[in-house]
Design a protein around this ligand. Sequence first.
Ligand code: CAA
Length: 254
Amino acid sequence: MEFIKKEIKDGIGILTISRPQALNALNRQLLEEIGMAVKELEKESNLKVFILTGEGKAFVAGADIAAMSKYSQKEALEFSALGQDVFSSFENSRLVSIALINGFALGGGLELALGCDIRYASNKAKLGLPEVSLGLIPGFGGTQRLARMCGTGVASEWIFSGEMFSADQALQVGVVTKVSEPEDLLLEGMKLAMSIQSRGKEALASAKATIRGSLDITLDSGMEKERKAFSSLFETQESNEGMGAFLEKRKPNF
Ligand code: CAA
């Protein structure tokens, strides 16, 4: 892979996007590499969580405008479908994904972060969906995910204005859940990842699928889904160990 650095550190998967000459802008190859890298991490049977971050001053500064400027409508449709599919594959993955937004997360870059389960940002990060300033709209899920995550008011403000927002503003509206000093970002992300990694693998995958599923269905069918997922975790080795360990006043061995 040319643009992705993949490592497993202290039992946590780390993917670093590295195309610094274009501020990590997403072209087809980079999108495909992100998809492949996540698939490879999924094969690590002990892994439960991975971190996604960017090298240099950007997380990702958006889709590659130089490449897009030459696209026909047909090519744009294929490009949009590729980005949507790759980011949706994070949602459908059993692995928990954490975006560490180290710098610019604009357009497709913010959409990439929105596809992750959790987002932390450096206080130097700038976030936004500036596509309207290019005569476009977000094409990798931004109109849908930001509206679902923060409501249509926030999505409308961010998308119609095309402005960049600070990490603190992103925190206020719930786009990110923690802001830290740049030098502490990886540490904070690793702390969270290690906490997640210490939990039950089946329980995490079940909780993730149930939370994600809640967006597309009524509260009643969501409750039914939760009941089924909750009860199916009983009488398993993992929950026997988890509840047994609590009752025996020891740490579970997952
Ligand atoms: N695509 C292609 N190249 C990009 C890029 C992008 N999205 N963002 C930055 N670059 C390139 C620049 O062209 C520049 O290349 P050269 O050195 O060869 O000129 C290099 O990265 C460094 O960028 P700047 O000199 O512009 O850096 P800066 O610090 O002055 O500005 C910035 C940083 C504010 C992020 C600015 O680069 C910028 O506005 N980038 C574009 C952001 C944007 O509009 N993103 C949305 C893209 S559309 C999209 O994502 C569609 C979708 O939803 C699918």
